[in-house]
Design a protein around this ligand. Structure first.
Ligand code: SF4
Ligand code: SF4
Length: 67
C-alpha cells in the first residue's frame, strides 16, 4: 500500500469535482454534492487531485502504520 494518501479538508472543499475527474484510480468522489471524499483503500497517493484542486483543500498525509 502507498505510504501516503490524500486528505480532504472538508471545510475548504467547494465540491467542484476537479479531483474526481483527475484521479486515475477513482479514489475520490464528491459526496452528495457536499465535499470530496477519499477512498483510502484505492488511493495511491499520487497527488494529482491535490494539484488540480482550486481551493487547495487536498493534502497528502502519511498513512498511519496499519496493524
Ligand atoms: S492522491 Fe492520486 S490516487 Fe489518491 S485520490 Fe488523489 S488523484 Fe486519486
Ligand atoms: S478539487 Fe478540491 S474543491 Fe474541487 S471537489 Fe476536489 S477537493 Fe473539493
Amino acid at each position: 500500500m502507498a505510504k501516503k494518501s490524500a486528505f480532504v479538508s472538508e471545510g475548504g472543499c467547494v465540491a467542484c469535482g476537479a479531483c474526481e475527474n483527475e484521479c486515475p484510480r477513482d479514489a475520490v468522489a464528491v459526496w452528495r454534492g457536499c465535499f470530496a471524499k477519499i477512498n483510502r483503500e484505492k488511493c495511491i497517493g499520487c497527488g494529482l487531485c491535490a494539484r488540480v484542486c482550486p481551493a487547495n483543500a487536498i493534502s497528502l498525509v502519511k498513512r498511519e502504520v496499519e496493524a
